[in-house]
Design a protein around this ligand. Structure first.
Ligand code: PEP
Ligand code: MN
Length: 443
């Protein structure tokens, strides 16, 4: 590919970009990023595309999850292991209880840039630029912290590299071996009903493994898991600097993650994000909110997947629990009538956010669950495939979402509210969700 084609987005309107104070510093930081090695290989992105093609055909299920906003401070072994453990446990539940192959994708190793509904934040009469994620500015509410600094994108690269390195070690170095299915639960089981339920399921998996072993089979596939990275491809200066031409094929790939998606606020058909994403060959996603018209879904197909390539495009639906049953059918019908199979997955988080009396942003576990239910109902009604879930979660016992097995209430939100942006399901709520989704999948 001609590399100037990769830069045409610069002539278009790019929403949600920081006002970098010093263009020369931005140029230097971007040049530094361009000199670094890729974080992922094109061949891995192609493999994920194959896996997502299976999802679109109805043969597999996507579990995509992680923080709303990763932070540099949380790049620690404990935090990364806990998130991974939670995703592995959820995947074990879904694979076993729903008997479906699970494609595991973390919102991890790059989820540092955040779109904001307002450019500024006001506290006690003081107005400052909004926090746009650790890749742009600082979380503390001070004028200095909120100045965008392009060198934060360089730190984003290093934080992503460190995270991905540990994730790769955990997922291929024995920790994710299915024979460890009990060990992932060790620090958890006593304290929680979902942990106990998991323990029973892990017991069944272990018996099945012992049975297979006794029959003389010990498949190599169980020793490691395929795990992919993803983030919102928001900050185009960063994404462009990590875009490379694959030496095998001459095609362009975003090498900062296996999968990148376009957010609800930056999906203008003639905007810079759509243009940039149309030039890369990774599997990509696009968030579809409640205002999406069926014709727009087709327009996205034409712009982003003109070859109708299996696994290329994933529609991430985030309508809200009260709306999904009403709005989703027309979108699915339109795309299906056109004859193309995309992967449809449900983000039951972003349409269900509200402010608690304490001022915390929160979500009700029951709304999250109800949106997934609605999503399944729509697909079952149309004979299409509910292809997966996209959730914000952490492996820690935070108190950010209301309800779930531990019945977190409004008054509990202040106990352990640690998100730098949107409220996440904690470990126990995440496991509860996995069990309930597995039941829905079985029908
Ligand atoms: C997000 O995924 O954190 C996000 C901002 O979502 P959306 O673009 O769907 O609002
Ligand atoms: Mn979010």
């Amino acid at each position: 590919m001609d590399t100037t084609e990769l830069e045409t987005w610069r002539t278009l309107t790019a929403k949600q970009q920081p006002s970098w104070p010093d263009v020369e510093e931005l140029r230097r930081a971007a040049a530094e990023l361009r000199s670094y090695p890729p974080l992922v290989f094109a061949g891995e992105c192609d493999l994920l595309k194959e896996r997502i093609a299976a999802v679109a055909r109805g043969e597999a299920f996507i579990l995509q999850g992680g923080d709303c906003a990763e932070t540099f401070d949380a790049v620690t072994a404990d935090a990364i292991r806990n998130k991974l453990k939670t995703l592995l446990q959820m995947a074990a539940v879904l694979t076993y209880a729903a008997s479906v192959p699970v494609v595991k994708i973390g919102r991890i190793a790059g989820q540092y840039g955040k779109p904001r509904s307002k450019d500024t934040e006001t506290r006690d009469g003081v107005t400052l630029p909004a926090y746009r994620g650790d890749s742009v500015n600082g979380f503390p509410f001070t004028p200095e912290a909120r100045i965008p600094d392009p060198w934060r994108m360089v730190r984003m690269y290093h934080s992503s590299a460190a995270t991905l390195n540990l994730v790769r070690a955990f997922t291929t170095g024995g920790y994710a071996d299915l024979r460890q299915v009990h060990a992932w639960n060790q620090d958890f089981v006593k304290s929680s009903p979902s942990g106990e339920r998991y323990e029973m399921l892990a017991g069944e998996i272990e018996r099945a493994l012992r049975f297979m072993h006794a029959c003389g089979t010990d498949p190599e596939e169980l020793r490691a898991v395929e795990f992919f990275s993803s983030h919102e491809g928001l900050l185009l200066d960063y994404e462009a600097a990590l875009t490379r031409i694959d030496s095998r094929t001459g095609l362009a790939y975003n090498t900062s993650a296996h999968f990148v998606w376009i957010g609800e606020r930056t999906r203008d058909l003639d905007g810079a994000h759509i243009d940039y994403f149309s030039k890369i060959r990774n599997p990509i996603g696009i968030k579809l909110g409640p205002a999406t018209q069926p014709d727009a879904a087709l327009a996205y197909l034409d712009k982003l997947d003109p070859q109708r390539e299996p696994g290329r495009l994933t529609f991430v639906v985030r309508m809200g629990a009260g709306i999904v049953r009403e709005k989703l059918p027309a979108l699915v019908e339109k795309v299906t009538a056109e004859g193309h199979q995309v992967a449809w997955i449900c983000d039951p988080m972003h349409g269900n956010t509200f402010e608690a009396p304490s001022g915390h942003k929160t979500r009700r576990f029951d709304d999250v669950l109800d949106e997934v239910k609605g999503f399944f109902e729509v697909h079952r009604g149309l004979g299409t495939h509910p292809g997966g879930i996209h959730v914000e979660l952490t492996g820690d016992d935070v108190t950010e979402c209301i309800g779930g097995g531990h019945e977190i209430e409004f008054d509990d939100l202040g106990t352990r509210y640690e998100s730098a942006c949107d409220p996440r399901l904690n470990r126990s709520q995440s496991l509860d969700l996995a069990f309930l989704v597995a039941e829905m999948y079985r029908g």
